[in-house]
Ligand binder design. Sequence first.
Ligand code: PLP
Length: 398
Amino acid sequence: MLIPNREYAKLKESYLFRRIAEKTDAFQKEHPELPIYRMGIGDVTLPLCDAVISALHEAVNEQSRAETFQGYQPECGAPFLRQVIADHYADRGVLLEPDEVFVSSGASDELSDLLDLFDRSNTAMIMEPAYPAYVDTSIMTGRPIVRRSANMENGFLPMPDERMKADLIYLCSPNNPTGAVYTRTQLQQWVDYANACGAVILFDAAYEAYIEDAEIPHSIYELSGAKTCAIEICSLSKTAGFTGTRLGYTVVPKALTRDGMHLNAMWVRNRTTRTNGVSYILQKGAAAVFTAKGQLEIAGQLRYYKQNAGILMQALDAADVWYTGGKNAPYLWMKCPNGMDSWTFFDRLLKEIQVVGTPGDGFGACGKGFFRFSTFGSRRDTEIAAQRLTRLLQAWIN
Ligand code: PLP
């Protein structure tokens, strides 16, 4: 008899975004005359920049002519794209060989596929609240999980604890959902800890482009010793608006070995078996992100979202609310006022000011009593939501 993967039975139902949508739809049906300001979205709203669009068009045209047509691409990524990504790291002082960079269809795919490199008995350490894929993919693959609590006391940045042992350590900085960022010194402690105990860090850098403070590393490889203990997972989704276009990259250093096995070589073996590469057209579009024109254009888009963040930060500051994020991340994570729980706060924001955000307990138990705002909305919606938020919070708190 066929035996299904019974680990799936252990997954908790992912109801967060469905419940938000149901509540919002029900309110909209009752009050069709009231506009709703959506500050919960985790998806970008600005279109792809001109440099990318031109490169995509050009690549489509190339595919129409026999002389320029491209078939299967190398499974680990087209050399032209691996090279420009390695150059991009070099600009920040991180030296990588192009074949340490692997082109992917996005960070989500990688976060799950990479687990194939590690034995199922390996324990995964996850800081909660967390991006839900860390927990769910660990459960699906039958891995034991140790949870580290991120909370107000540790500034939502848990640090290594010698008493807690793990084989795989998930770190996400800038963090989704909390927007918290590890400093160089803090991240160095994680790297030293992983090297000392032989763990491997899965460093999710999906939001690195939002970092503006000089003391915050964009890449874990800016820390000494990281190449012997870390894999970095990156994405153009939030950096360049590729959420619907799909392209990411992963760095597996050649110096990363465990038990005599080379993880870079293992990942090459994995990719050459499990994928047939990412579309040539998309890789051409992605390469345009790393050109001078592309970098200038995406800087403009990031500035737009960052200005939204500034508007929301001002609103929370004016109401004297405790929050993390916003400065180096596209998310703000606030403590619900007056000890309110996350869903009550959600309901009241929807009913009283028609602002929709994301209840924190959807990201794990440590998110209870917290609330996430994202900065990917339109400027107008963000401004209106911010004004309403300040007024409401000030009225409640005073
Ligand atoms: N990692 C984090 C922390 C994210 O928030 C997201 C998407 O929201 C991803 C990874 C997935 O990104 P991608 O669109 O590249 O799959």
